[in-house]
Design a protein around this ligand. Structure first.
Ligand code: GLP
Length: 243
């Protein structure tokens, strides 16, 4: 596991974008596993700049997103489909037909999660998966629990995640209580993983990456079982790592 400590999310976002750019330039039809939240926003800004400077093209790129809220349509401004269109897809030459985000309004969620997992397999897995981390250590929407789901599934959100994510909604009551999320095994299908975390409230989750044990109660700690993980953090998120 490689840990890169950056000045801020801008520098960190640029580093992550450089990794994605190199993956795409090596394989034009790369499959990107993408994430939402405030953490990757600067990375998407850097990618758009790189595209404008003709450092890369998304023409043949495909993407699979980690998760989506149950009950929100892609037009809802807090849906992750909307986020992706707004923060990346609308600004680059990606074919939106090649971008996949779980359908938050599926008629049949069992069928949706099964189809989503099969989609990841048909694409051959992610060449690189971008991850943020929740304050409680969740990745995607895999919440701390005694047992974690392996594959794409519907997850009940914990109150702490609902509270943390309520900052983006009019009120806490508007935050969906469930989400469709890739499972741990779906995430581990990625050849390469880039985890980003910025801010002091992520320091405990990041510190768990140094322990010699893993715990499903801190899902991010399981990333130690993957062979190719790069962690990009700012000083605050790195503050509980040993110096
Ligand atoms: C959400 C997403 C995660 C994300 C996390 C952190 O719950 N499902 O994928 O990593 O929040 O969000 P933020 O980057 O805004 O801190």
């Amino acid at each position: 596991m490689k840990i890169i400590v950056c000045k801020d999310s801008k520098e960190g976002g640029l580093k992550a974008a450089e990794i994605l750019r190199d993956v795409i330039n090596e394989k034009n039809d790369a499959v990107l596993g993408l994430a939402t939240g405030s953490t990757p926003i600067d990375m998407y800004k850097s990618l758009i700049k790189m595209y404008e400077n003709k450092e890369l093209t998304f023409k043949d790129v495909k993407s699979v997103n980690l998760d989506e809220y149950v009950g929100l349509s892609g037009e809802h401004d807090q849906s992750y489909r909307y986020f992706m269109n707004d923060n990346l897809f609308n600004h680059v030459d990606i074919n939106k037909g090649n971008t996949y985000v779980p359908n938050g309004l599926a008629d049949d969620y069992d069928a949706e999660v099964k189809e989503y997992e099969e989609r990841i397999d048909r694409l051959g897995g992610q060449d690189v998966q971008i991850l943020g981390v929740g304050v409680n250590g969740h990745i995607g929407f895999n919440e701390p629990a005694e047992k974690l789901e392996l594959y794409t599934h519907v997850e009940d959100l914990t109150q702490s995640t609902i509270d943390a994510n309520s900052r983006n909604f009019a009120s806490v009551d508007d935050v969906p209580k469930q989400a469709i999320s890739m499972g741990l095994r779906s995430i581990f299908k990625a050849k390469k993983i880039v985890l980003m975390a910025f801010g002091e409230n992520k320091a405990d989750a990041i510190a768990s990456l140094e322990y010699s044990k893993v715990s499903t109660l801190v899902p991010v700690s399981l990333l130690k079982l993957h062979d190719d993980v790069t962690v990009i953090v700012d000083e605050a998120a790195a503050s509980k790592l040993s110096k």
